[in-house]
Design a protein around this ligand. Structure first.
Ligand SMILES: [Zn+2]
Length: 88
């Protein structure tokens, strides 16, 4: 359930499947959608992947930041940010 802190600011809370990483996002996503490209199907192990995109400054990791890693695929592409599931 979204949680309102001020009149105009909504905070959504989420966590990974095992619960060791928790995040909060503020406001509204920059984008959202569904994708069924080869990468999304492979990553989600599903025929379609639903996603939202957020500005980095709207996202806060509230627990388990040390568990966020880098995917091999992103390292191969020369990226140095955290895992592709959380950060694009
Ligand atoms: Zn895709």
């Amino acid at each position: 359930m979204p949680h309102r802190v001020r009149q105009d600011t909504v905070i959504h809370r989420g966590e990974c499947f095992c619960g060791s990483i928790k995040i909060e996002v503020m406001g509204n996503p920059e984008g959202m959608g569904y994708c069924h490209c080869g990468s999304c199907r492979s990553w989600s192990a599903a025929p379609v992947n639903a996603f939202t995109l957020w500005r980095a400054d709207a996202v806060r990791v509230t627990a388990g930041a040390e568990h966020i890693g880098t995917s091999r695929k992103r390292r191969a592409a020369g990226a140095n940010t955290a895992g592709s599931a959380a950060v694009t």
